[in-house]
Structure formats: C-alpha cells, structure tokens
Design a binder for this molecule. Structure first.
Ligand SMILES: [Zn+2]
Length: 130
C-alpha cells in the first residue's frame, strides 16, 4: 500500500477517500491505523475516529496518517473492515472489484448507523425514497 494509491476529497459527508488504482475482491486495501487505547479511555475521550476492537481495546484512528478514517459509510459498500485477531488489527478489505477513481466505503455497522447516521439521514446515495 502506498499513499499515492489514494486521494482524500471533499464529499457530501465532509471528506471521503478515493482509490487511484484497481483492487480485486479480498485485497487488503488499507489498514485502520492508530494508537490502541482501552475502551475506558475511549469513553472518556470520545472522537469520531474510534474503532472498537474487542471488549477491552479501541483504536484511536484520529491521526491524519490513518487514511482509513476518511472512508465514509455506505449501505452498499465496496469494502469491509476485517479484524485480524492474531495481531488485533483492522484491515479494510475489498468485497468486490474496485476500479481506480471509485470512492471507498464500508458499512459502519448497526449501532453506529442508528446513533450517528440515521438521525441526520444517510448520504450514501442508495436511498432512492429521498
Ligand atoms: Zn445509506
């Protein structure tokens, strides 16, 4: 993975992340990097870029070097987060072929959706009823 493979851009949700190269289904696209902090510390210092690992640890993904923090939620995503339990790290993997120029997205999960997205309306572009 190289930083040149990605481009941060302004989107309807603030920022988004585009890929500048193609990916195959199952490829590790980008890692969700950051300092591991305890869930307790995460509760005391909440920010938008926390990734729950397990019952004890959370990744604080707020550093700008963590490109994965720019990936938006989608209800029809092209990536998914995978928890590598041996290293306790998160990789964002392609769940289908992704072409250069596409925005990268993953499903943030039900809890996050209900709490942070639904009240404002989801902007992922897959809600034709709006
Ligand atoms: Zn949506």
């Amino acid at each position: 993975m190289s930083k040149k493979d990605f481009k941060v851009f302004k989107s309807s949700a603030g920022f988004g992340l585009k890929t500048m190269r193609d990916w195959k289904k199952g490829d590790l696209v980008v890692e969700y990097t950051g300092k591991k902090i305890t869930n307790k510390a995460a509760d005391e210092k909440p920010n938008r870029y926390l990734f729950d690992l397990d019952e004890k640890w959370t990744i604080d993904g707020s550093p700008r070097s963590n490109l994965a923090r720019y990936i938006n939620h989608s209800c029809k995503p092209n990536c998914e987060p995978v928890h590598y339990t041996d290293t306790n790290e998160i990789g964002i993997e392609a769940i289908r072929t992704i072409k250069a120029g596409e925005e990268l997205t993953y499903d943030y999960g039900k809890d996050h959706f209900e709490e942070y997205i639904k009240p404002y309306g989801c902007k992922c572009g897959h809600h034709s009823e709006k």
